[in-house]
Design a protein around this ligand. Sequence first.
Ligand code: ADP
Length: 259
Amino acid sequence: MLTLGIDIGSTTSKAAIIENGHKVVAKNIIPVGTGTRGPEEVFKSVLDQLHIKRNDINRIVATGYGRMKFEHADRELSEISCHGKGVRFLIPDVRTIIDIGGQDAKVLQLNDKGLLENFIMNDKCAAGTGRFLDVMASVLDIDINDMGPRSLQADAPVSISSTCTVFAESEVISRLSNGENINNIIAGIHRSVAKKVGGLAIRLGYTDHVAMSGGVARNIGIVKAMEEELKCPIAVHPDCQLAGAIGAALFAYDDLTKK
Ligand code: ADP
């Protein structure tokens, strides 16, 4: 039995196909999100990986910001549920999930059976999201993929005091013009995101077995800064950005097999 999950985000489109509810057999990420060619393209690409068509898939669940607009889905589900289920599949003992995507950040608390107990979300302010990091990467004229590795070279991270993206951008520009070391600026930017999102985890309350998901978890500098902020180890799976799509595919499987 094949089920497909598609996670249509603000900045990226992700899809995964799962066989019999336990094995990911196709997956892809397209770096454009809702309202673009991203959803159709990522959908077609995972079908093509298996040389199959829509009708070979038993059920499709869509999640993410753009889930309502995806016409191939049998059902839509919130990304909170799908991320919880997807991360639990990737990291079975997880209890607290910190998910940072393109335009929001959320913290989820799961019980020992993996069911969602509580969550908190910031979707009002760009600071503490992937958008903030994308803006900063562009100001610094570096690739978003290089932010993490470069921040690990920092010897004296700068302090970014502005909590607003627009003001933080001006602060970074002024640091640059003063000749501050770029790696130290990047490490300071990561600390400011970790402080902001870590604050959500502190408000919600977090337990052992913390994991990060979402595209921003691919940034090793953010993960390290968050570990320092929360003073605990944080697990990250290589498929962390696909967690929502994987969770959606697992819910599609449950729909067909659990009554
Ligand atoms: P959404 O679901 O909201 O579209 P994602 O969870 O896919 O968002 O995350 C998108 C964000 O992930 C981007 O804004 C970008 O900052 C970040 N990102 C993606 N890939 C990487 C990477 N390799 N290194 C650092 N950051 C990354």
